[in-house]
Design a protein around this ligand. Structure first.
Ligand SMILES: Cc1cc2nc3c(=O)[nH]c(=O)nc-3n(C[C@H](O)[C@H](O)[C@H](O)COP(=O)(O)OP(=O)(O)OC[C@H]3O[C@@H](n4cnc5c(N)ncnc54)[C@H](O)[C@@H]3O)c2cc1C
Length: 374
């Protein structure tokens, strides 16, 4: 949808932007930051488009405070094959507003959207990084620090075992109060070619995970930095996914309800460590209880774990084991990242799917939707 790339209207008093759906989040930031406004919610890539962010109702490091991207969509224009463009909001065609947010592109084509931004004084982020020794420490830190900061996320070493299961690095951040308003325009690096085999293997993972953990001091450290490395570290290296070789990788992202999150995260990490198939940069994030307007939104009050695995035949066995743990816990997988979820798991975890199916534009469908609703 990148051809739909024009801004329609901006209001720098109220911090609202109305733009065509193919405008990227980076393009929005490029005009909003100098005016003192930032995206209310941003995923870990600024290359996502406005339409893509709505269709998957993406979440970011401030889910505990601001909910999902959909919580900040005021209105959107939806093109349906026999109805033209409908303006959808909580009061106009509300059924299409709620089904299009997180609607996986099935209710129609989002042609434009109007979103609410948040005010910032500077484009820098004050962050604090603290290392933790195991999962229990992660949950204590999260309980103590999340509500004090706008952003919070943790990286964990999913190869660590025993008393060190779930060790990692906790990162919190806030928009700095003093500084300049600058759009980060540093040149990007690029992975020039796809190697025949993955450069991420058990040996390199073990070494990297170990080094990344050790390089962070046990005492918490504070720093001020630009917003880009804080929010979008992978965007700095174009075609970073090539590092996984020709077979690529699969992401596994689940969310586990609060009541059982700690125990279940333990089980998941043990199952991964036992399988010997580590993930480069596993990400843990506590999600809050702000409900999204989206019918099929992924986050729920609990903890989300996201892992990237080099594609291999034995992932099937590992994913089946992880799925069973997630199912038992009442958790769910993230459709945006999924290539394997069973129809049974999807329909149980997203009971509103039939309402989305009833509102699906009959001219649109996807492999994902056919697989999980069959
Ligand atoms: C490095 C990286 C980090 C990420 N971090 C996060 C994160 O922190 N949180 C998170 O939630 N997600 C994250 N994601 C996932 C990403 O935010 C979503 O997949 C997002 O939807 C991608 O947007 P896109 O514009 O590239 O969409 P595409 O990949 O082009 O499309 C994705 C889906 O959106 C639909 N869609 C796109 N445009 C429209 C439109 N105009 N109208 C209707 N449907 C449309 C498509 O049909 C498709 O189903 C990350 C992805 C990457 C690569």
């Amino acid at each position: 949808m990148r051809a739909l790339n024009r801004f329609i209207q901006v209001d720098w008093q109220q911090g609202t932007v109305q733009a065509e759906a193919g405008v990227t989040l980076a393009e929005i930031l490029a005009i909003s930051i100098p005016q003192g406004w930032f995206l209310s919610v941003t995923p870990g890539t600024q290359f996502a488009t406005l339409g893509g962010a709505i269709a998957n109702d993406v979440h970011g490091k401030n889910h505990h405070l601001r909910g999902t991207f959909g919580n900040h969509v005021r209105r959107l224009g939806l093109l349906r094959h026999n109805e033209g463009v409908l303006t959808c909001s909580p009061t106009e065609h509300p059924e299409f507003y709620t089904s299009t947010i997180g609607g996986l592109g099935l209710t129609g084509i989002i042609v434009w959207a109007e979103i609410q931004l948040i005010p910032i004084r500077t484009s820098q982020i004050d962050s604090t990084v603290v290392r933790f020794g195991n999962l229990g420490e992660f949950f204590s830190l999260s309980a103590e620090l999340d509500h004090q900061h706008e952003y919070s996320v943790a990286w964990i070493d999913c190869l660590a075992k025993g008393t060190q299961t779930g060790r990692g690095v906790f990162i919190v951040g806030d928009h700095a109060r003093y500084g300049s308003l600058e759009v980060d325009e540093r040149a990007k690096l690029s992975m020039p070619l796809t190697p025949p085999v993955s450069l991420i293997n058990n040996l390199s993972l073990q070494a990297f995970n170990n080094m990344y953990w050790r390089v962070h001091p046990a005492q918490s450290t504070r720093k001020r930095g630009d917003y880009e490395p804080f929010f979008y570290p992978l965007d700095r290296i174009l075609h970073w996914n090539r590092i996984y070789g020709r077979r690529g990788f699969q992401q596994y992202q689940c969310v586990i309800p609060d009541a059982v999150a700690e125990v279940v995260m333990h089980e998941l990490l043990e199952a991964i460590a036992d399988s010997g198939q580590g993930s480069f940069l596993a990400v843990l994030k506590r999600c809050g209880n702000i409900a999204s307007p989206g019918l099929l939104s992924f986050p729920l009050p609990g903890t989300s774990l996201a892992l990237d695995f080099p594609q291999k035949a034995d992932l099937v066995r590992l994913f089946a084991r992880l799925d069973a743990i997630v199912r038992e816990s009442g958790g769910r997988l993230y459709p945006a990242k999924d290539a394997h979820m069973t129809g049974g798991d999807f329909r149980k975890a997203y009971p509103a799917w039939e309402r989305l199916e009833a509102l699906r534009d009959p001219s649109l469908n996807s492999h994902f939707w056919k697989r999980v609703t069959a």
